[in-house]
Design a protein around this ligand. Sequence first.
Ligand code: 2BA
Ligand code: 2BA
Length: 109
Amino acid sequence: MKLAVCIVHNRDRNKLTDEMLKAGFKFTVIGSTGGFLREGNSTMLVGLEDEQTDTFKQIVQDNCQAREQMVNVMPFEAAPPGAFIPSPVKVPVGGAVLFFLNVDEFVRY
Ligand code: 2BA
Ligand code: 2BA
């Protein structure tokens, strides 16, 4: 068994969870914040059987679009008065970031 940790943009969350439910996956959604953009994203914990991983990856790939987002390199509140504020830069964001961990034991009571 594997535990997938899947971080997705909030805009893709509902579409992805709908498709995961349709495919019969069980999962837990945690509200999270990206360390770089400091914006809300969603982290899904998905316990799945090894043979389900390819189907899961395909569903994530089909439902999470990569996009570009403008970001201020230095937050305005962090800039000293009169400082040069650099123009916002584009960063590629998402589709989705996935980690797969091996599960030693799964128990339900
Ligand atoms: P929920 O996803 O809200 O699920 C509540 C209950 O609904 C589940 O109880 C299960 O009986 C049923 N259920 C959930 N997904 C289903 C599906 N795709 N098809 C049919 N029935 C489904 P539990 O299995 O005791 O799970 C309680 C909570 O534990 C779940 O809340 C979820 O947050 C988490 N969970 C369960 N299995 C998980 C897994 N494989 N990976 C990650 N989180 C899991
Ligand atoms: P954020 O940390 O808000 O990052 C959003 C996007 O900004 C990233 O997209 C990446 O393109 C860029 N970025 C992040 N950190 C950067 C840095 N130190 N220097 C330059 N650019 C940077 P994604 O890579 O698609 O990541 C989307 C979200 O997934 C991240 O949101 C974070 O919450 C999570 N994530 C990504 N890689 C991770 C990792 N290795 N460990 C844990 N979480 C990760």
